[in-house]
Design a protein around this ligand. Structure first.
Ligand SMILES: [Zn+2]
Ligand SMILES: [Zn+2]
Length: 227
């Protein structure tokens, strides 16, 4: 893993974040991802977007803490109505998230609705798992049969909310044109998911989530530069 230090909420001090683009993993020291500032959260979204095209390594079934070497415990968590999982150090020294688990915790992605699933089945039938790259047959499965990762789509509302949180942090309360554009952009992306021809133009990749995360990550990167 490569280490990077991201800004956390004041009082908590800087937070150590480790990442591996091939394993799609993020390690958060101490207080974990919950203490990230809106800017740090969006910065990680941008990083995940850049890493989305990287070759995928098979995910291990057990992990050990880089600090105390103890085995990390798979943890099921619930924040408002968002269910997500991660691995936790028994001595509370950190948390390990896959990229998808992190994006789900922050409401950037969500499970498709029944209507969206039907539409996907009608247009693409088979997609690639964004965790392991394996094929997912949408006519029978809503999760990857190889690694268990659930099928997910970008949540445009979650992305817009995160962008708005960043704006509040900069003392502006009303949504800006940029924010509104980002929501429109997200919805356009969602529509693009259902467009078979466009998906096939992208060098045969059927990793719908990676396409969306890469595109929105690039947009967020541009916004972070100007704020
Ligand atoms: Zn530990
Ligand atoms: Zn998989």
């Amino acid at each position: 893993m490569t280490g990077q230090v991201l800004e956390a909420f004041s009082g908590a001090g800087p937070l150590e974040v480790g990442s591996c683009a091939n394993c799609n993993l993020l390690w958060f020291g101490q207080s974990g991802s919950i203490s990230l500032t809106p800017r740090a959260v969006l910065g990680l979204f941008q990083y995940i977007g850049q890493a989305a095209g990287a070759a995928k390594a098979t995910l291990a079934s057990t992990f050990h803490c880089p600090l105390c070497a103890g085995e990390l415990a798979l943890t099921y968590d619930l924040q408002r109505s968002t269910r997500f999982t991660y691995w936790r150090c028994a001595n509370d020294r950190g948390q390990l998230f896959t990229f998808n688990q992190f994006l789900r915790e922050k409401n950037f992605i969500r499970s498709p609705s029944q209507a969206e699933l039907t539409k996907l089945r009608d247009t693409v039938r088979q997609i690639s798992c964004s965790q392991c790259g394996g094929p997912i047959d949408l006519t029978t499965d809503t999760a990857c049969t190889h690694c268990g990762a659930p099928v997910a789509l970008i949540d445009p509302d979650g992305v817009a909310k995160a962008v708005h949180d960043l704006t509040i942090g900069n003392a502006s309360t009303s949504p800006t044109t940029q924010e509104q554009n980002s929501v429109a952009f997200s919805n356009a992306q969602l529509d693009a998911f259902f467009d078979q021809e466009r998906i096939e133009e992208r060098e045969g990749t059927h990793d719908l989530l990676a396409i969306g995360v890469t595109a929105i990550g690039a947009l967020i990167g541009g916004m972070l530069l100007t704020r």
